[in-house]
Design a protein around this ligand. Structure first.
Ligand SMILES: *Cc1c(COP(=O)(O)O)cnc(C)c1O
Length: 401
């Protein structure tokens, strides 16, 4: 492909496939972006060095030191900025560090932040161990039960959301919530890990910042830890950039390369995750031991209408609630699985199961049950094999369920 492909605007999947393709030299060149590892940057002369430094401090994305990342980092940032429809991206060593970066960049002593109660649970640890020490107040609220406008205070600086929520996949009305916050000058950040940035574009729906754990679907192969923050404006980029520099955040070029490689197949992988997860969710709905299945793509899910409006696909995460089981029986069910791995995280090609901790569920206002919940990540195995594994685990654990 030549650099300027003529004709119509390309579809996103096509742009993802060709993002960052290196220019040909002397009539030939590699398909892929080179892995440019470096700890520092060399300049032609002191004037060039001063120029880079000046442009960098003026907010341009220019590397004047190894920590800023060169070609590989730049190609990944550009691809993700294109995917999320933003202004600039920041690459961090994990999804959690991306969250912490946003919180530390935007909140100062005396500030107040409203955080959705269904967020990725370790955020609460950032709050209790770091933000509280800095005199920052975090208040958890239910974006579907509470009135956001009445929760906003004069010192509220940040509305932090995640849609769908962790564990129970509560779909939020992002346009409505963002409008209320932005009307009061409050920045809106949301965790977009569930969609991989592929079938949900929070910045187009009113959020200012989209956060992803690239560890999950962007990597797609359970071999990478990485976080990405995309912001919608130069003003937010400047704020994020200051904190990013101060915290000394960076990632290695090999990891940037792996994330870029994952992006190439993100659309095809996610389509298959959705097909497989839908088959499993429909199977689970028919099981007498299961009282509820949480998956926004199911017409029976309470978030289905909002999901249809604001998302163009669904992930491989499916949770379900047992009708009667004790926590020990739920553990026996998980232990009886053979094909599913047992573990945290998700987004790789392989299926995983996790018994949800009751204290995590109780953090969600949406949660009214008391039976155990199991979270499944449905991978790319043949769904009939996954269903057979679940069926034998239901049978094996039957006396306890
Ligand atoms: C896993 C996850 C994170 C954290 O990512 P790590 O790379 O594991 O630190 C953040 N948000 C969500 C929704 C996640 O699932």
């Amino acid at each position: 492909m030549t650099a300027a492909f003529p004709g119509k605007r390309l579809h996103s999947a096509t742009r993802l496939l060709h993002a960052g393709a290196p220019a040909l030299r002397d009539g030939a060149g590699p398909v892929n972006v080179p892995v440019v590892r470096t700890s520092t940057v060399r300049f032609e002369n002191t004037a060039a060095q001063a120029d880079h430094h000046h442009r960098r401090t003026a907010g341009e994305r220019v590397a004047s030191y190894g920590r800023h990342g060169l070609d590989t980092h730049r190609a990944l940032e550009d691809a993700v900025v294109g995917l999320e429809g933003g202004h600039r991206a920041f690459l961090t060593p994990s999804g959690l560090s991306a969250i912490t970066l946003v919180l530390l960049a935007l909140l100062s002593p005396g500030d107040h932040a409203l955080v959705a109660d269904g967020v990725y649970a370790p955020l609460r640890r950032v709050d209790s161990t770091l933000l509280q020490r800095l005199g920052i107040t975090v208040e958890y609220f239910s974006p579907t039960h509470d009135d956001l406008a009445s929760r906003l205070r004069p010192n509220t600086r940040l509305l932090y959301l995640e849609s769908p929520s962790s564990l129970l996949y509560e779909v939020l009305d992002l346009p409505a919530l963002s409008a209320v916050a932005r009307d009061r000058g409050v920045t809106v950040a949301t965790d977009n890990t569930w969609s991989g940035g592929w079938f949900h574009q929070p910045l187009a729906l009113g959020a200012n910042i989209s956060i992803q754990a690239a560890t999950k679907y962007i990597s797609g192969h359970s071999d990478l830890m990485q976080g990405i923050v995309v912001v919608d404006s130069p003003a937010l980029a400047a704020k994020l950039s200051t904190a990013y520099e101060a915290l000394g955040l960076t990632i290695g070029a090999d990891d940037a390369y792996l994330a870029l490689r994952g992006l190439r197949t993100l659309p095809v992988r996610l389509a298959q995750h959705q097909r497989n997860a839908t088959a499993v969710a429909e199977f689970l709905q028919q099981q007498p031991q299961v009282s509820r299945v949480f998956y926004p793509a199911l017409p029976t899910d309470p978030g289905h209408a909002l999901w249809k409006r604001d998302f163009s696909g669904a992930s491989g995460l499916v949770s379900f609630e047992f009708r009667h089981a004790t926590p020990a029986a739920a553990n026996a069910f998980v232990d009886a699985l053979r094909l599913f791995g047992i573990g945290a995280s998700w987004g790789g090609y392989e299926s995983l199961a996790l018994a949800a901790q009751p204290e995590r569920l109780r953090e969600h206002r949406q949660w009214t049950g008391d039976a155990p919940v199991v979270r499944l990540h449905i991978g790319l195995e043949e769904p009939q094999d996954l269903i057979a594994d679940l069926a034998q685990a239901f049978a094996d654990a039957a006396p306890a369920l």
